[in-house]
Design a protein around this ligand. Structure first.
Ligand code: AMP
Length: 256
C-alpha cells in the first residue's frame, strides 16, 4: 500500500496507473461506515484510493476541528484490510497553495439544514472535493448517505461542472442499536451513548415532524433542524452528554 502526500506525486502516480480507480474521501478516524465505502470501491474498480485529510475549511467551529479524532495507525490497518492500493495524505499547504482564496460555493441547497447552522461548511466541502477529484482523477467516488445533503451537493457540483466521475452513494451503516456510525460518536459519554440510538428510532417511527421533535426534546436533545425534504427526513441535534461536557452535534436521516 502506497502513501502519497503531495498533489504532484499523486498526479505522477496516476499517470503511471491508469486502471479504473475508485476513490473514498475521508477525514480519517475510520469506522465501519468508511469500510463500507471502501468495500464498494474494492468490488468495482481495479484500484482503490483512500484520502485522509481533516479539512479545516469545512469546520466553522474551531473546537470541533481541534477535537476531531485522529487514529492514523488504526486507519492504516483498516485501509490494508480493505485492499486500499494508495492513500492520499496531504497537508494544508500542499492542497491549498492559494490559501483558500479560490472557493467553490453553491447558492441554493447549501444554504439550508447543515448549511444554515454551519456557515461556510459546504463551501469548504465542495472546494476540497473538487481539488481531490482533480488530483486523483477517479472513475468513481464513493460518498455516504449519512451526509445526505453533502452527497446531493457533490452530485450537483459534478453535474454543474461536467466533472468526469461517477458519484456512488452508499447506505448508512449503523451500530447494532441503530445509532449511525460517526467519527464523533467517541465523544459521547456512557449515558449519551445509551440514548443516542433514540435519534434514529424516533425519526424512523414518529408519525410527523412535530411528534419527532417533541420526543427528541423530551429526551433532552436540542434540535438544530428536523425537516422533510428530498424524500428524506433529516435531523441534526445537539447533546451535552459527552465525555468533556462540550456540546456535540449529531446528524442522521431516513428515507420517507
Ligand atoms: P468523514 O470522514 O466523516 O468525512 O466521512 C467520509 C465519508 O464516509 C463520507 O462520504 C461520509 O458520508 C461517509 N460516512 C461516514 N459515516 C458513515 C456511515 N455511518 N455510513 C455510511 N457512510 C458514512
Amino acid at each position: 500500500m502506497k502513501i502519497i502526500t503531495t498533489p504532484a506525486d499523486f498526479i505522477a502516480w496516476r499517470n503511471e496507473n491508469q486502471q479504473s480507480l475508485g476513490f473514498v474521501p475521508t477525514m480519517g478516524a475510520l469506522h465501519l461506515g468508511h469500510e463500507e465505502l471502501l468495500k464498494n470501491a474494492r468490488a468495482n474498480n481495479e484500484l482503490v484510493a483512500l484520502s485522509i485529510f481533516v479539512n479545516p475549511t469545512q469546520f466553522n467551529d474551531k473546537k470541533d476541528l481541534q477535537n476531531y479524532p485522529k487514529t492514523w495507525e488504526q486507519d492504516l490497518e483498516i485501509a490494508k484490510k480493505n485492499g486500499v492500493d494508495v492513500i492520499f495524505y496531504p497537508d494544508f499547504e500542499s492542497i491549498y497553495p492559494d490559501n483558500y482564496s479560490y472557493i467553490i460555493s453553491e447558492n441554493d441547497k447549501s444554504k439550508v439544514l447543515c448549511g444554515a447552522s454551519r456557515p461556510g461548511h459546504f463551501d469548504g466541502v465542495l472546494t476540497i472535493v473538487l481539488k481531490l477529484l482533480n488530483i486523483l482523477k477517479p472513475n468513481r467516488a464513493y460518498f455516504g448517505e449519512k451526509d445526505f445533503q453533502q452527497l446531493s451537493l457533490i452530485r450537483g457540483m459534478v453535474a454543474a461542472f461536467f466533472i468526469p466521475v461517477e458519484i456512488i452513494p452508499v447506505a448508512i451503516v449503523r451500530e447494532f442499536d441503530g445509532l449511525a456510525l460517526s467519527s464523533r460518536n467517541v465523544h459521547l459519554s456512557d449515558e449519551g451513548r445509551k440514548i443516542a440510538p433514540k435519534i434514529y428510532e424516533i425519526i424512523k417511527s414518529a408519525k410527523n415532524i412535530d411528534e419527532a421533535k417533541k420526543q427528541l426534546e423530551d429526551l433532552g436533545f436540542k434540535i438544530d433542524y428536523l425537516e422533510e425534504i428530498w424524500g428524506r427526513r433529516l435531523v441534526a441535534i445537539f447533546t451535552n452528554l459527552t465525555k468533556t461536557g462540550n456540546e456535540l452535534r449529531l446528524i442522521d436521516n431516513v428515507e420517507i
